[in-house]
Ligand binder design. Sequence first.
Ligand code: NAD
Ligand code: TDX
Length: 331
Amino acid sequence: MHVLISGGAGFIGANFVHQTLTDRPDCAVTVLDKLTYAGNLASLSDVSDRIEFVQGDVADAETVDPLVAAADLVVHFAAESHNDNSLRDPSPFVQTNLVGTFQLLEAVRRHGVRYHHISTDEVYGDLELDDPAKFTPTTPYNPSSPYSSTKAGSDLMVRAWVRSFGVQATISNCSNNYGPYQHIEKFIPRQITNLIDGVRPKLYGAGLNVRDWIHVRDHNQAVWDIIDRGEIGQTYLIGADGEMNNKQVVELILELMGHAPDDYDHVADRPGHDLRYAIDATKLRQDTGWEPQFKDFRSGLADTIAWYQANQTWWRPQKAAVEARYAAQGQ
Ligand code: NAD
Ligand code: TDX
């Protein structure tokens, strides 16, 4: 099988490339990635002789068409992915997340290629902290940020292309991922790399916002299970019952890295900050038999900390610029 992986030099995509080459050695892998600030070829350096890498834009029809024509399956990870950036400048989010998805959908329609669309639980908006409810595949879309609204729009296009044109597609909406190769602008790697640099972690607002953490390898295994056993046209929610508030996560990072539990700063809150995400993954489990393997967040986090300690050359070139951007907005 020839798989075209968009965004394969990013966090989840690079982990997906590694997992695919390990678990499915018969797969031929092509990565299409624009190498924005978030893409890093070093994440693929150990497998560079086993993949075809194409630097290009998913929103460019002429780049996309021949790559899709040569593939049996497209897995679309490429996106502008950071909420805080979308609040500073939404335009690349519209271009990549909406126009990019449109161009891929048109290409898979032309060439009859199977398509899997990677999306987020943020399309459902947020839940109250004391609400026992979780997101399900029938929860109405209600995105809060420019990022999540463009992801929501891209999901709706996929549904429409399935219904109107018979495109062979599935969609997954996953909760917050953690693990190796995550960009240091994101919450967990930002705090780990701050502590390595002797800087106190930065908690937005009171730190009571809840995220439903899942290890990136469990996310990617679910994606393959949906490709193998999911039903065309269906949406699957991916989550591993990992709800924690941000303050609890920071306290655990501090403990694992040998600091006092209150050794962090409160900084300006994110405008429109979603309160809580929580996933009900019953449909995924029942339809595909998927089960998370990384059930112990503490040990998954300890491994992630060890990875950032051991791979400073991977993240250090970005650190000063990332922190300067945050400092400019009081975060
Ligand atoms: P990331 O920002 O780490 O990586 C995105 C990758 O896409 C980068 O390599 C970047 O260079 C590439 N890219 C950006 N614009 C492009 C374009 N126009 N053409 C080609 N390549 C382009 O993101 P991530 O965290 O790995 O997220 C991957 C996908 O998973 C996204 O669709 C995101 O919405 C979704 N998702 C992420 C999470 C999470 O917790 N990180 C959770 C649920 C869903
Ligand atoms: O320094 C910080 N301090 C802090 O308190 C940062 C960077 C974040 N936060 C908070 C904001 C969120 O409540 O931590 C939480 C997680 O923040 P992010 O890592 O920015 O993730 P989030 O906004 O929840 O979105 C993530 O999960 C869903 C991914 O970035 C998205 O791509 C994915 O769709």
